[in-house]
Design a protein around this ligand. Structure first.
Ligand SMILES: [Zn+2]
Length: 186
């Protein structure tokens, strides 16, 4: 267990040897794994029964270990890890479903990748490209907005030429905000 980490409530797991729910202790061990012919080691959280020392397998630890194992493979294979996919998606301001739609995948695909499933190279490249193209798109939309706002304000100025109290007369680019939230992530 990590230093400084305290469990708020005691979580129990079933121990086969003791044939009951027991309290367990955790440690981190290097474990060997093979995925798609690649052999490697990853940091595995190991839970052991405090009464008999037998290894136990609480679901949430199993899940964490699965993600850690697949993430290790992904980083070896040069693919985005689950965490990197989460970070990328959040940076783009997309939900899992929206991100999947942008990639042309099924709705639950991103949820699976974020939970350890391995994406193929093509999807991996597409995800990285969305990262780039959205920033480009963002830049372009910003220019369009600024130009539109300029035009809009120019028209306003003509209409209110003699109205010195109108604050819109003093339009500045700094005040321009991007309103295209569906397509723009600035
Ligand atoms: Zn036990």
């Amino acid at each position: 267990m990590k230093k400084g980490y305290r469990m708020k409530k005691v979580i129990k797991a079933y121990c086969e040897k003791c044939d009951k729910d027991i309290v367990f202790a955790t440690s981190v061990e290097k474990r060997a794994a093979t995925i798609r012919d690649k052999k490697f080691e990853y940091d595995c959280i190991v839970a052991k029964c405090k009464e008999c020392g037998e290894e136990v397998y609480p679901a949430f630890i199993d899940k964490t270990n699965e993600i850690a194992k697949y993430d290790k493979y992904k980083s070896i294979a040069g693919l985005l890890t689950s965490q990197e996919i989460i970070d990328l998606r959040k940076k783009l301001g997309l939900t899992q479903v929206d991100f999947a739609k942008k990639l042309g995948c099924g709705e639950k695909t991103i949820a699976r990748y974020e939970n350890g499933s391995i994406q193929d190279k093509v999807i991996d490249q597409s995800m990285r490209k969305i990262k780039t193209s959205n920033y480009q798109e963002c830049y372009i939309t910003r220019i369009i907005h600024i130009k539109f706002e300029n035009f809009h304000n120019a028209v306003k100025n003509i209409n209110t030429e003699n109205d010195s109290d109108n604050e819109n007369n003093n339009f500045s680019i700094e005040n321009t905000v991007c309103h295209d939230r569906n397509h723009c992530y600035c």
